[in-house]
Write a protein that binds this ligand. Structure first.
Ligand code: GAR
Length: 209
């Protein structure tokens, strides 16, 4: 049966778009059944609605605690019986209970070469550190922020004269290739976590250069 994918966003949603489009173009045995945001003004919601995808907003400001927000979020998610839950620019810290509920079927994309630069302002921190390479990581989500078994990484050069925006744009363009690739592997049941390390069975490289 086609796998149900639910995507959580907080803003632009360009990674969500890349996944919706790859799913259609490549004919995955899956469908994006809902896009859910913690912000009503997230631009990605309009894109999803225009594609006939169910949308929902669960505004974190309406809840007194992270636990209460996560419980409401889980109810909205579970209405779509997800086989796979994707964080795509979802800028909320999730409770351990929430992460545990979706363990093994919860992926995130982060704009750095993890374990370098978890958290915010990754491109500025890479520039400040004088890094010669930067990139993005897709990983299974664990209770620790921006950690968890790495599914795939994309590397880009840091070029002389780069500022945060230029480097961020170079990384984002690769995110749009990387995240759909990792999601397709999940849909194909091609991912195995062994001792905290992700192996995938299609023979494709888990590193995009
Ligand atoms: C992406 O660069 C993603 O890697 C990053 O937010 C951006 C969302 O863009 N995620 C994080 O920083 C999570 N820690 P998008 O809304 O256009 O996909």
């Amino acid at each position: 049966m086609a796998k149900s994918i639910v995507v959580l966003i907080s803003g632009r949603g360009s990674n969500m778009e890349a996944i919706v489009e790859a799913c259609a173009r490549e004919g995955w045995d899956a469908r994006v059944s809902a896009v859910i945001s913690n912000r009503a003004d997230a631009a990605g919601l309009a894109y999803a609605a225009a594609r006939g995808i169910a949308t929902a907003v669960v505004d974190h400001r309406a809840f007194a605690s992270r636990e209460a927000f996560d419980a409401a979020l889980a109810r909205a998610i579970d209405a779509h019986a997800p086989d796979l839950l994707l964080l795509a620019g979802f800028m909320r810290i999730l409770t351990p209970g929430f992460v545990q509920r979706y363990e093994g079927r919860l992926l995130n994309i982060h704009p750095s070469l993890l374990p370098l630069f978890p958290g915010l302002h990754t491109h500025r921190r890479a520039l400040d550190a004088g890094c010669k390479a930067a990139g993005a990581t897709v990983h299974f989500v664990t209770a620790e922020l921006d950690h968890g078994p790495i599914v795939a990484q994309a590397v880009v050069p840091v070029l002389a004269g780069d500022d945060e925006d230029a480097l961020g744009a170079r990384v984002l363009a690769r995110e749009h290739v990387l995240y759909p690739l990792a999601v397709r592997w999940f849909v194909q049941d091609a991912l195995r976590i062994e001792g905290g390390v992700v192996r995938q069975l299609t023979g494709e490289a888990q590193l995009l250069l």
